[in-house]
Design a protein around this ligand. Structure first.
Ligand code: ARG
Ligand code: ZN
Length: 430
């Protein structure tokens, strides 16, 4: 059940893992990954394609935007789904024939990369260096150990907060890096709002390493900011996606109205445009908005922490996958923020720099145009409620070939792309 890079991941459980380990892992054998094109064709206004695929054919929605929807679906359901789609003249592209193969390859590749690095060396029990690396995706334990290690190494400029706990009893951890907490302008960075988007915590921890490995030699515009870094906003979901269901998205809080449904989409639970479209009131849905804004411990903890620190808070960056996008508000309504031209320009700069560094194209745009309208997002909330200027959601790699199951060999370059956005925004704050 436990996967990952080392012997430590077999024993390195944190509070809350025990329940997950009693569950039988979900497998995705005989499950295909599809892309359905042109879903918003005018003809189809009255046909809720995504809902039908989800509720009638048991599909798991990976991504939905005004142009297409990506979903996984079992071969058993595929026939019925195909005739439905044909009847509505919808083009379907098969992105992958067997999702379990993607998951297995991802896992094997990570194990191999880690073993290659460790060689035949056997880790000593007394080893106090952290397990952290970017050859593979890491457990919550490894990520939290890494945060503690950084805090211990640079006690003068680091402070480690536990800003709350999850339903499963796990800590919600934020690291602050600052030479002058009282006067500095602030930047917030989070990852792991959605459990299955593993590249996000990997990228945010990488950003942390880029900052700290060479803090003294960072440019002034980086050292003169206060950085708040939260690599995993949804630790229960993250661990659940590592041990039970690779494609889990939400947190793990149980519903009080539907006994067998779990989890709230934390990025639909923030207190802005909460009832607008793009989320669901059905607790079984993957985009369930929760029983009320801030109903979830994770959302509440972040909202309270940031509300108290909104003075001088200049940037809010949140990392997701996938799609290779840099987007800015609004998401909850089809309107741009007043200074959209400034946000677009900074995002363009980031995208240009990314092209130079790794050659990967990222598209900069306003959220609702490329992802559709959705309320309750952390990005809109930080802008609309806290008044943060530079608000970006970064959708990391890829564009659908592997989707959430991004092979570990792409972690480093993708993380560089995420770091490039953070650097560019830091510079823009000035
Ligand atoms: N993939 C992210 C999500 O669905 C995109 C977030 C964009 N912002 C938003 N407020 N919807 O949550
Ligand atoms: Zn996401």
């Amino acid at each position: 059940v436990a996967r990952g890079n080392s012997n430590a991941s077999l024993t390195g459980h944190v509070l809350g893992d025990h329940e997950d380990l009693n569950e039988i892992p979900v497998r995705y054998d005989d499950t295909e990954l599809w892309r359905i094109h042109n879903i918003s064709d005018a003809l189809l206004w009255t046909v809720p394609v995504t809902e039908i695929m989800e509720n009638k054919f048991g599909a798991n929605i990976w991504k939905e935007n005004p142009k297409y929807v990506d979903l996984s679906i079992t071969k058993t359901q595929a026939k019925g789904a195909r005739s439905f789609l044909n009847a509505h003249r919808l083009d379907t592209e098969v992105l992958a024939r067997n999702v379990q193969d993607l998951i297995d390859e991802e896992q094997l590749e990570g194990i191999r990369a880690t073993q290659a690095k460790l060689g035949r060396r056997i880790r000593k029990a007394s080893n106090d260096g952290s397990e952290m690396n970017w050859n593979d995706y890491q457990s919550l334990e490894t990520i939290y150990d890494y945060m503690r290690e950084i805090r211990a190494k640079y006690p003068d400029i680091c402070r480690l907060y536990t800003i709350g706990h999850t339903y499963g009893g796990r800590e919600l951890k934020v690291l602050r890096i600052s030479e002058n907490p009282r006067d500095n302008k602030k930047i917030w960075i989070d990852g792991g709002i959605h459990a299955r988007e593993w590249i996000s915590p990997a990228t945010v921890t990488f950003i942390l390493s880029k900052l700290m490995d060479d803090w003294e030699n960072q440019p002034k515009y980086i050292r003169e900011l206060t950085w708040y870094i939260m690599p995993v906003m949804n630790p229960d979901g993250y661990q659940y996606s590592r041990t039970v269901n690779r494609l889990w998205r939400k947190n793990r809080s149980p519903s009080t109205i539907r006994a067998n449904c779990f989890g709230v989409d934390l990025n639909r639970n923030f207190d802005i445009g909460w009832t607008s479209q793009g989320s669901s009131k059905d607790p079984c849905s993957d985009i369930y908005r929760g029983s009320a804004p801030n109903s979830e411990l994770e959302t509440k903890a972040v909202a309270e922490f940031l509300s108290k620190r909104k003075y001088n808070l200049e940037a809010y960056l949140t990392y997701h996958s996938y799609g290779q996008l840099i987007v800015y508000p609004w998401a909850f309504k089809a309107v741009k923020v007043k200074d959209a031209n400034v946000l677009q320009r900074v995002a363009n700069t980031a995208a240009e720099r990314i092209i130079q560094k790794t050659g990967t194209p990222y598209k900069a745009a306003v959220t609702h145009e490329v992802l559709g309208i959705a309320g309750g997002g952390s990005d809109d909330w930080s802008r609309g409620v806290l008044g943060v200027k530079y608000v970006y959601t970064v959708e990391l790699r890829d564009r659908g070939l592997n989707g959430f199951v991004l092979p570990p060999k792409y972690i480093k370059d993708t993380a560089i792309e995420g770091w490039t956005v953070a650097e560019t925004v830091a510079q823009a704050i000035g």
